[in-house]
Design a protein around this ligand. Structure first.
Ligand code: ZN
Length: 99
């Protein structure tokens, strides 16, 4: 149950960061760890592909050094979803934090 709740927060973080700039797996894991979320590749990559299948992220492969790296961007649909979530977060914040 705690994991379910955290996964929802993690997804919102991913959408938010993918809106600001192209994101990639390792970078996201570092960023999420900074926020106190321990997430390994076995959880993150399936999550990214789910968000991609939902039409919220697009993926593009680039060569960095000699390695392929997948970069994810927010789609227009993703941007709409994020806007809706922002509203819900605001409401939740007002109720749970501000009382
Ligand atoms: Zn973040």
């Amino acid at each position: 149950m705690i994991r379910d709740l955290e996964l929802a927060f993690i997804k919102i973080h991913i959408l938010y960061h993918a809106d600001k700039e192209a994101v990639f797996g390792v970078g996201l894991m570092d960023e999420l760890a900074r926020h106190g979320y321990e997430i390994g590749p076995g959880t993150l990559y399936p999550l990214l592909s789910k968000l991609q299948k939902g039409g919220w992220l697009t993926c593009e492969t680039q060569i960095v050094g000699h390695k392929q790296r997948k970069y994810y961007h927010l789609t227009p649909e993703g941007r709409l979803l994020l806007a809706g979530m922002r509203q819900k977060i605001k409401e939740l914040y007002q109720e749970v934090i501000e009382g």
